[in-house]
Every structure is written in C-alpha cells, then in structure tokens.
Design a protein around this ligand. Structure first.
Ligand code: FA5
Length: 350
C-alpha cells in the first residue's frame, strides 16, 4: 500500500471515530493521538524519505490536506460537544421561578441592647461620652471611691461576688465613673458621661431580680450644676424611653455616693397616671436612683468639691425593658428563647 492509500485509510478511520465520539475528554485524546508527534500521520510522513523527488511534494501536500481535514473535523465535533454540555448543564440548573420562596430569618439586637442603644443615642446627642470599663473590678473603684469604705453598712445594699478580698464582679457601673473622674482634665470642659454595661450581684433570681443584669449610669460634673439640671435630664430620659407625655417625680432616698439622693418615679405610661395594674394603682412607677454627687466622691477622685459639683443617676435597662414592653419576668430576657426575643422588633422602637 502506498503512502497516499495509507493516509486515505487513516483519514476515513479517524473521521468515523471523530463523528461518533461522545465526550470532550475523549476527543482531546483523539486529537493528541492522531496529530501529535508520535501519531500515525507523522509516522506515515517519515516514510517519505524513501520516495522519489517528484512524488515527495505530491504526497506531502496530500498529507497536509488530510491533517487539515482531520483538524477541522475534530474542531467541529469539539464545538458540538461543548454546546451539548452547556445545554445539559442549563437543563439541570433550570430555576422554577414559580416555586414559593424560602424566607430568610433576620436577627436583631437583644431587647435589652435595644434599650441601651436608645439611651446611648439619646445621651450622645446631648454631648455625653459613652465609657466602658472592666466587669472584674477592684473593690477600691466599685466601693471605696464611691464613698463606701470597708464595713460600711450600705455595702449590704449590693450583695457582692468577691473573687479575692480586693477583686470582685462589679455590682454597679459607677466604678467606670470613678476611673473617668480620676483622669478627667477640667480645663478642657465639663465631664458628661454614661457607663452602660453588665453588673453582678448575689441576688436570688426571681421575677424582678437577676444575679446578672445591666445598668446605665450617668454622671455630669461642672461648676454650677444644680438639682434642676438633674431633674431636667431625668425628665428627658423618661420621655425618650416611655413617651412624650411622661412626668417624673422625685422622692428622697439614700445612696452613699450622692447627697441629696432621690428615687425617681415616672407617671404610668399604661394608664397615664389614673391607676392600673402596671403601676399598682398608684399612677407612678419607680424607675431609677439619682442624686447630687457627694463631695467625698469628688475629693477622692482629686476634684475640688468647693469649685465643682455634679449629678449622677443609675438605671436598670432590664427593668426599663420590662416596663416598656409589659414583660412580667426578668428571667425571660436571659432564657434566649428566640420566640420570645423576636417579638421585639426594632422597627417598633420609638
Ligand atoms: C445603684 O446601683 C446605684 N449605683 C445607682 C445610682 C447611681 C444612684 C448614681 C444614684 C446615683 P441600685 O442598687 O438601686 O442603685 O440599682 C440601680 C438599678 O439597677 C435599679 O433601679 C434597678 O433597675 C436595677 N437593679 C438592681 N438590682 C437588680 C437586679 N438584681 N436585677 C435587675 N435589676 C436590678
């Protein structure tokens, strides 16, 4: 068989194979086998050295034609197989837009965080700074700097988790205020701050007490601060959280770090002050403690109490949230039952 016949036979055999091949990987193999350096066409062309001068160009050009035809056939088949592959993929990935959608559950801040965020926003708007501090605290800052020396009977008001004699879980966020007062440079302006955060007490958990809860305490120190400034601020807090019609009243109380001290009631947001089950028929609800900063507290922080004075207040966002949303058990906040927590949509916030 001469070389042309061998090439013709090779061509038809290869074309048959190319036509029937079904996958892209296989057609690539065929291309490499047929047209590669070790392939049959190259093999046949090697025999050309034995041909006469006249025959060589004729067989050479015939071989090139065969190679071109096979290359084109392989390219066409590859293209077709590629189209079939894409069509199959599209068929598999077809989306039925008529199927009902899957609703994605979106999280939200915890209800207590929502109350804290609302208070932070309010105070930032009034030019206060929001200050964080350690939850594991020194007795010195939690009590002594707050005018509560060791063995002071008022320490009993805040039953404490001690870690060592000197280290404890903070029972209030006041120590953050002591730390800030110590550092404050009054030549740069007054001190206006709130300290939100978690606090801990050895209280037995019940409907209104938790051994871990939250506080937002506030402090303003400047020259000429009066009780009227305190009352105006408390009024604004009550209206921000409980509604624009709320009134407040101050009752005398006792805290070691303020003098005078007051307990603050807000007019009942449920009945408007007429008396209902929320306010136990009194028309008022007790919401926080406050007072004018005790001179001892200022002195211990290195502030001249004959020049500077101020007010402080402390509230419990847990209790605020209970009142605002009618939750009758504080423990609900800490059970982390999504069905309970998801009721308090941030959209509904004032
Ligand atoms: C204080 O902790 C004072 N440091 C607040 C203060 C600051 C008064 C500055 C004056 C000037 P009291 O122990 O009352 O005060 O706690 C403040 C608030 O924390 C309470 O009004 C109450 O809302 C909340 N609270 C107290 N104990 C618990 C508890 N076990 N569980 C949940 N909330 C509590």
């Amino acid at each position: 068989m001469d070389l042309k016949d061998r090439l013709t036979e090779l061509k038809f055999k290869a074309l048959g194979e190319i036509e029937t091949v079904e996958d892209l990987k296989r057609i690539n193999e065929i291309r490499v086998n047929l047209l590669g350096k070790k392939g049959p066409i190259t093999e046949v062309l090697r025999g050309m050295k034995d041909l006469s001068k006249e025959e060589r160009p004729v067989v050479g050009s015939f071989a090139n034609k065969v190679r071109d035809e096979l290359t084109e056939a392989i390219a066409k088949r590859s293209e077709k197989l590629e189209i079939i592959k894409i069509a199959k993929k599209l068929e598999k990935e077809k989306i039925d837009v008529t199927l009902p959608g899957v609703s994605v559950k979106v999280g939200q801040s915890h209800i207590i965080m929502q109350v804290i965020d609302q208070l932070e926003k309010f105070f930032l708007g009034m030019g206060y700074q929001v200050v964080d501090g350690p939850e594991v605290e020194e007795d010195h800052y939690n009590f002594e700097m707050m005018n509560l020396p060791k063995d002071h009977p008022a320490r009993d008001m805040q039953d404490t988790f001690y870690i060592t004699n000197q280290i404890l879980m903070r029972t209030q966020t006041s120590p953050v205020q002591a730390r800030t007062m110590e550092k404050h440079d009054f030549s740069k302006g007054p001190l206006k701050m709130i300290s939100p955060g978690k606090v801990y007490r050895r209280d037995t958990d019940d409907a209104t007490h938790s051994h871990q809860f939250h506080q937002v305490e506030g402090l303003v120190i400047d020259k000429h601060i009066t009780m009227a400034d305190l009352k105006g601020t408390l009024q604004a807090i009550a209206r921000t959280v409980f509604g624009d019609e709320r009134e407040i009243r101050l009752r005398p109380s006792y805290f070691p770090f303020t003098e005078p001290s007051v307990e603050v009631d807000v007019s009942c947001f449920k009945c408007g002050g007429n008396g209902c089950s929320v306010c136990k028929q009194t028309g008022w609800i007790e919401v926080l403690g406050a007072g004018m900063v005790h001179p001892n507290v200022l002195t211990m922080a290195g502030i001249d109490s004959t020049v500077y004075g101020g007010f402080a207040f402390g509230l419990g966002p847990d209790r605020f949230a209970m009142l605002k949303y009618g939750v009758d058990d504080i423990r609900e906040f800490y059970l982390n039952d999504v069905r309970f927590l998801s009721q308090f949509s941030q959209k509904g916030q004032r």
